[in-house]
Design a protein around this ligand. Structure first.
Ligand SMILES: [Zn+2]
Length: 500
């Protein structure tokens, strides 16, 4: 049944820009956990006659995001009023952008379920202001205007996303990019990023994609789309779309009419719920805001902002795989956050002084994707929290690579240093025992192990080669963990072969 339908998704993402002050007034933009209505002035409270002054830094950050997403940048920025009545919008209109967004016709790449590169076209990125916050208490509502006027960026894709999975990948890529660029912290739990997919399902062959639009083929009628509002987590993007697609297909199959509507995601019940039938764009009575003059964006301005473009995650993955021979998987894990990538690069800088670049990169990657990530995941710490481990860790990695320090022991003291917040260098000095790579000494231990353990020896001789693992363990124990495990295996094998 499902195979007869195509899923068509467009995604709108709202992101609060990270700035010192609000979008059109000097009030502080950091409103999280602040006393309600303490960061308010006549402009963001929407009092009559107050004059908005656009925030230059917010516009620059919007342009920066446009450049990072391959968008065209408008030469003339104009703000429009979007009218609607809502208790948390005291002015009666929101300052937004209608037909002339700051950025248009951009694109980014994501991977689909098969791991293939897929292009997601971005129709527009525009700048607007956030609204106030309503707090519903019993039978009345309180309004907190601290959030009113926070710079808000809206990113709108064309209807080109083909599955819930792709929508999730796209949303997480956008979050990664805005964090890399420091456009926003995009903390979804704090409401700094919200997603709104619009979804339709169409019978295969009834439609085609033309000039950024979904068009009906001759004689066919299209099913209307459904919008899901204010999704506050990346996983809910995927789950809500999956749910909605199933629901829509069932409605069609049952012969019910689908109406264009807005639904909400209920994260407790894992279902979407009807909210209202959708308004069309004309209902908002958009008009240019007469209080804000047109802002000219010259090439010089764009060039200056371009210099702020840092290396983006996809470019980093490419460089790590090309230059350092890292696997794509490792490169992606390390570049998932900008902090992770910086930690890797700084550590590599250290280790590279002692080892050749590719060996160093591979070793550093293994330590970060292994024990370091395990520790961060188990303790909810960030790379910033473990910043000071870097110097000692670089030395430790070099020692292990040069076989001056046992891998198992190194992992042990790293974990100790991280958990108990101890000085890794000092721990290294204290437990700096020579690796026993003296073959005669190891032969002594190995001979003893063979004499004392006839059963595994017989097993080995009967063809159970794994039995050597037990004997290796015995030798390691005798050497108090200091023997070179590879050499132990080699010596054991030789001895066992010779006594056949
Ligand atoms: Zn204000």
């Amino acid at each position: 049944m499902k195979e007869q339908y195509d899923v068509i998704i467009g995604l709108e993402i709202h992101i609060q820009t990270k700035t010192q002050s609000k979008m059109f007034c000097p009030c502080a933009a950091q409103y999280f956990e602040k006393e309600p209505n303490t960061q308010v002035c006549p402009v963001c409270a929407g009092l009559p006659g107050a004059l908005p002054v656009p925030n230059k830094r917010a516009i620059e950050k919007c342009i920066l995001l446009g450049l990072a997403t391959n968008s065209e940048i408008s030469k003339n920025i104009r703000f429009d009023r979007k009218h609607y009545f809502y208790p948390d919008l005291p002015k009666g209109y929101q300052i937004s952008q209608y037909d002339n967004p700051i950025c248009s016709n951009g694109f980014i790449y994501i991977k689909n379920t098969k791991g293939e590169k897929v292009k997601v076209e971005i129709e527009r990125i525009h700048q607007e202001e956030d609204v106030a916050k309503s707090l519903h208490v019993k039978n009345y509502t309180l309004i907190d205007c601290n959030k009113s006027g926070i710079p808000l960026i809206e990113i709108v894709t064309k209807p080109v996303i083909k599955s819930a999975y792709e929508a999730k990948e796209y949303a997480s890529k956008i979050r990664q990019i805005v964090r890399y660029l420091d456009v926003s912290d995009a903390d979804m739990e704090k409401g700094q990023m919200r997603c709104e997919p619009n979804i339709s399902v169409q019978k295969k062959g009834t439609w085609e994609y033309r000039n950024g639009m979904i068009c009906a083929n001759g004689g066919c009628t299209l099913n209307p789309k459904v919008e899901i509002k204010n999704i506050g987590s990346i996983s809910a993007v995927e789950k809500s779309i999956e749910y909605e697609v199933e629901r829509l297909i069932k409605e069609i199959e049952d012969g019910n009419e689908i109406i264009q509507q807005t639904r909400g995601w209920n994260a407790v019940k894992n279902i979407t719920e009807f909210q209202r039938s959708k308004e069309s764009a004309q209902d908002y009575r958009y008009c240019p805001d007469p209080d804000i003059p047109v802002i000219k964006i010259t090439k010089d301005v764009v060039d200056r902002i371009k210099r702020e473009l840092t290396e983006l995650p996809d470019e980093k993955v490419q460089r790590y795989t090309d230059k350092y021979n890292l696997s794509e998987y490792d490169a992606q894990v390390i570049t998932a956050s900008k902090e992770g990538a910086e930690f890797f690069e700084k550590l590599l800088e250290e280790v590279k002084k002692e080892l050749d670049e590719k060996t160093a990169a591979k070793a550093v990657a293994n330590w970060i994707t292994g024990p370091v990530f395990a520790h961060l995941n188990n303790t909810n710490k960030t790379f910033e929290d473990i910043e000071k481990i870097k110097e000692g860790l670089g030395k430790l990695i070099v020692k292990v690579e040069k076989k001056e320090f046992l891998n198992s022991k190194a992992k042990e003291i790293l974990e100790k240093a991280l958990t108990e917040e101890l000085d890794l260098n000092k721990l290294m000095e204290e437990s700096d025992v020579e690796i026993i790579s003296d073959e005669e000494k190891i032969k002594e231990f190995a001979t003893k192990a063979i004499e004392e353990n006839p059963n595994p020896v017989n097993d080995y001789k009967a063809g159970k080669v794994n039995a050597i693992g037990f004997l290796t363990g015995q030798v390691m124990k005798m050497s108090k963990g200091n023997a070179d495990p590879k050499l132990v295996q080699k010596v054991l094998k030789e001895l066992l072969e010779n006594t056949k």
